[in-house]
Design a protein around this ligand. Sequence first.
Ligand code: HEC
Ligand code: HEC
Length: 369
Amino acid sequence: MNISFPKIRFILWSVLLVITGLSSCVTVKSFKLPPPQPVNQAMAELGKQLFFDPRLSGDAELSCATCHQPQHGFSDGLALSKAYTGMKGFRNSPTLINTVYREAWMHDGRLGTNLNDVTREMLTESWLMNMDMRLMQERLKQIPEYVKMFQAAGLGEPSNGGVRKAIPEYLKTLVSQNAPIDKGTLSVAARRGQVLFEGNAGCNSCHTGPRFTDDRPHNLGIPENPEIFTDPVRHLTYVTFTKFMGIANPMALRRDVGAHVRTHRADKKDVGSFITPTLRELVYTAPYMHNGIFQTLEEVVEFYNQGGGSDKNKDNQLKPLHLTKEEKADLVEFLKSLSGDPLTGKKFVAEKPNVQEYPLIENWREVLN
Ligand code: HEC
Ligand code: HEC
């Protein structure tokens, strides 16, 4: 057989075209998180120490880690978080894993600048750590370990600004590791769940991208957590917050207004909407939703199966799904495969700070400072 050169060229080109055509048909979806941001080790080490130190709260009772515990994926296992002495929280503590990739924080999205600001909010809000930044600075200056660590991190002497740089630096290190979705090791059931998630169940219209969130608010008709309105202390904490956020007549509210505190729409169509949370690390972060109303992933999937809750502003993407028992189990399997290794090793958890009790000064009236 005598094949001419132009003929071979024609055949080769055709093969090439078919291959490129085929590969563009198979959409290769990537759930890869952005590459880790460069971390200043000395600063992150300081941030880690501060994160676990209760002396950062006004009465030295709460550290960041009280409400963001490593074994719970840096949430706290409670439906509604703790709060400063004498108050009780009204929101579910969110995971801090991958929080560095967010652009707006909190269930209502009210903080949208950077983690430096979020850290300030956590430290200074009266129902959170209720810390006066000047007091914090003076306290830290009296702890020789911190004086050394601030120096080593290039932050000079202990300062309010330094704390707000060091803690976010540590938060950069809290990134998902070895989740089956990233390693490509989904079980057969989880794969079936993924097909549903991206197909008939329509979950990925809001839970998109590598963190499985569009970072936007939606109203799902999540039932209220009655605890917020029946427990007087919790209620007062919530009222304090909404009043501060400029909501009219907060005592009369019987629901969490959600993103309305930020967007203040006159038609109130934003009332009851909450930012889509990440679906990574769910195996560690129960209970779920902004108010911890669901204990298990099975309950969450059943909620979506019913088409969500009831609310006049409910997102019209939510419709009853009519899933079979097996399909619901597959969806749960898929959700579980988005969780990685627990971040509970030394790299992420500080040793217990050596908190010195101040010795009692018996004759304090006579002693000069
Ligand atoms: C008393 C409990 C408590 C303490 C202490 C606490 N947090 Fe939080 N944290 C929460 C709760 C609850 C939320 C969600 C608040 C909301 O939506 O209104 C939150 C939200 C956050 C967020 C936003 C996460 C997201 O995905 O939106 C970050 C980041 C954060 N906290 C970091 C910290 C840091 C750093 C400290 C220590 C300086 C700290 N927290 C101390 C309870 C706490
Ligand atoms: C219309 C947008 C939308 C769709 C569609 C949607 N979700 Fe959600 N999802 C949200 C929002 C918003 C929340 C948080 C609501 C809250 O905190 O009150 C949420 C919360 C969750 C949570 C709880 C996460 C946590 O940490 O508390 C899970 C799990 C979840 N969704 C899974 C799914 C699954 C599975 C589907 C498909 C059956 C789905 N979602 C469809 C927007 C959506």
